[in-house]
Design a protein around this ligand. Structure first.
Ligand code: EPU
Length: 472
């Protein structure tokens, strides 16, 4: 099993491009199941979850047609066998986004059998809202042998008004599933309490390019007029806001100076607001003045996000901006609650916690999306962090330094948080089980090393005696 060996205390410095978004790409990859035409996606990150989704699509009769080209980030798909509608447990259990194939297969093929995803490290994660939404479109849903079996009525799905809110608010993949299915339903579908995440807007834009009629994506009310069929598309996936947020905090925790290209600033307003309050500065750089950090400062203005006002920005597309990240020497504490978009995202909570461990005072983080997503708390404590958890809230008393230690990655974002902590800590940190990280960050260690971090990927069998002692 791979581990990361990190020597802390190096400032990150330089330039990095933000990749296409994993969480946008995964539901988009189920979209070719809705059409007989070819669909090409660009800027798809090379990640374990994406490779699993390609395998799953293959099982469902949807082939990747450009495998041989080896063109980086380009995935072309075409349905070759629409009779295969069973998403089996062996793949579904490795990747919850497999559930996104349910709505498209049901809408296009009239039936689907998808293994019920099990629990996961960050919480229970039921799919009841997905099923409620599809049932409202007329699907008959039963469970058999751990599989969801969904059948459309004679003549296909029928548009309907659906309330998709649950105990923890809206559902991102549930909205993706129901919105995708409704594109081929007869009549009008209204999704109330829809997820407003930018990945939903990106998915809607892909579907619209294919001929779907969708209005309101990005708001809590999405209206879909069903069409008889969808065509193909050639679409570039949005930049990954969580990867961008992780690099912003990597710059901050190492007191570094990073320039991020392709940064989806517009999708990061809440994190930028709170980070700014903590003393982290994200400055847009005019795209024509993309100087390398260390050369005289290009014309830039601090990106100020205030309650009620949009950001002051320069340059072109606010979802693909070049920004410079710097931070004050002393970080200030903040209080945040994770919320559905446009609130602070749960997927940046672990990384923020690592950063706030080093703030000058007491911070508070409350997790409202996945109340048990705190497996990193015990690991950060092993590095000298002072953390007190009470239910879904953690109080973080800032310390002057973290100290390297062996730690265990338990889920994707917890891994990212521990790597940030390791880069800031004194001494050596060995992060075990980095396969979690590989699910969501492409070549993370190479990119961090290029920016000045001391980080190596080592098979745990090849650790030196002192590292092995640290990892045990
Ligand atoms: N929920 C239900 N019933 C459902 C669906 C969700 O009760 O049928 C609950 C969940 O248990 C949770 C809340 O609703 O408490 C929100 O879950 P949501 O359905 O929005 O999560 P998801 O769509 O399964 C996506 C991302 C997650 C991200 C969440 C929240 C993908 C592939 N996954 O999951 O990303 O944390 O939205 O923003 O898009 C990650 O990338 O590390 C990750 C976990």
């Amino acid at each position: 099993m791979d581990t990361f060996v990190i020597e802390g205390g190096r400032r990150l410095y330089g330039r990095v491009r933000i990749n296409g978004s994993k969480n946008a790409a995964l539901p988009m990859m189920a979209v070719p199941l809705l059409t007989d035409a070819p669909v090409t996606l660009r800027d798809v990150p090379d990640l374990a979850d994406i490779r699993n989704m390609i395998r799953l699509l293959g099982q469902l009769g949807c082939a990747r047609t450009n495998e041989a080209d080896n063109a980086k980030g380009v995935c072309a798909f075409h349905v070759t066998d629409p009779t295969q509608s069973h998403a089996r447990y062996d793949i579904v259990r490795t990747m919850r986004a497999s559930i996104c194939t349910l709505g498209p297969m049901l809408a296009k093929r009239g039936e689907a059998r998808v293994s019920l995803p099990g629990g996961c490290a960050i919480g229970e994660r039921p799919v009841d809202l997905h099923l409620r939404g599809l049932a409202a479109l007329g699907a008959k849903i039963t469970l058999d042998g751990g599989d969801i079996i969904a059948k459309a009525p004679e003549g296909g799905l029928v548009g309907s008004t659906i309330f998709l809110g649950g105990t923890f608010g809206s559902t991102v993949l549930g909205t993706a599933n129901v919105m995708s299915a409704a594109t081929l339903a007869r009549g009008t579908t209204i999704i109330e309490s829809a997820a407003c995440e930018p990945e939903i807007v990106d998915l809607a834009n892909l579907l619209i390019e294919m001929g779907a009629k969708i209005k309101g994506a990005g708001s809590p009310r999405i209206i879909i007029e069903g069409v008889r069929e969808l065509g193909g598309a050639d679409y570039t996936v949005m930049a990954d806001r969580i990867e961008a947020g992780t690099f912003i905090m990597a710059a901050a925790i190492t007191n570094g100076d990073l320039t991020l290209e392709n940064c989806p600033v517009d999708a990061l307003l809440a994190p930028i607001y709170f980070l700014n309050a903590a003393g982290v500065h994200v400055q847009p750089i005019e795209s024509l003045h993309t100087a390398i950090a260390g050369t005289p400062r290009p014309r830039s203005s601090t990106l100020t996000v205030t309650n009620g006002a949009g950001p002051t920005t320069t340059g072109d597309d606010p979802m693909r901006r070049t920004v410079r990240v710097t931070c004050d020497r002393v970080l200030r504490p903040v209080e945040i609650t994770t919320q559905p978009h446009p609130g602070f995202p749960t997927d940046l909570q672990a990384q923020l916690m690592s950063l706030l461990c080093l703030a000058d005072g007491n911070s508070v983080i409350t997790e409202r999306i996945f109340p048990d997503r705190f497996l990193h708390v015990a690991e950060l404590s092993r590095m000298g962090a002072k953390l007190m958890r009470q239910g879904s809230t953690v109080i973080i008393s800032g310390v002057r330094k973290l100290v390297g230690a062996p730690v265990m990655a338990s889920d994707l974002r917890a891994s990212a948080g521990l790597i940030l902590a390791g880069m800031a800590a004194e001494g050596t940190t060995v992060v075990n089980r980095v396969y979690h990280l590989d699910r969501g960050y492409e070549r993370m260690e190479d990119r961090l090393r290029m920016l000045g971090a001391s980080i190596r990927r080592v098979d745990e069998k090849e650790l030196s005696p002192s590292e092995a002692a640290c990892a045990s």
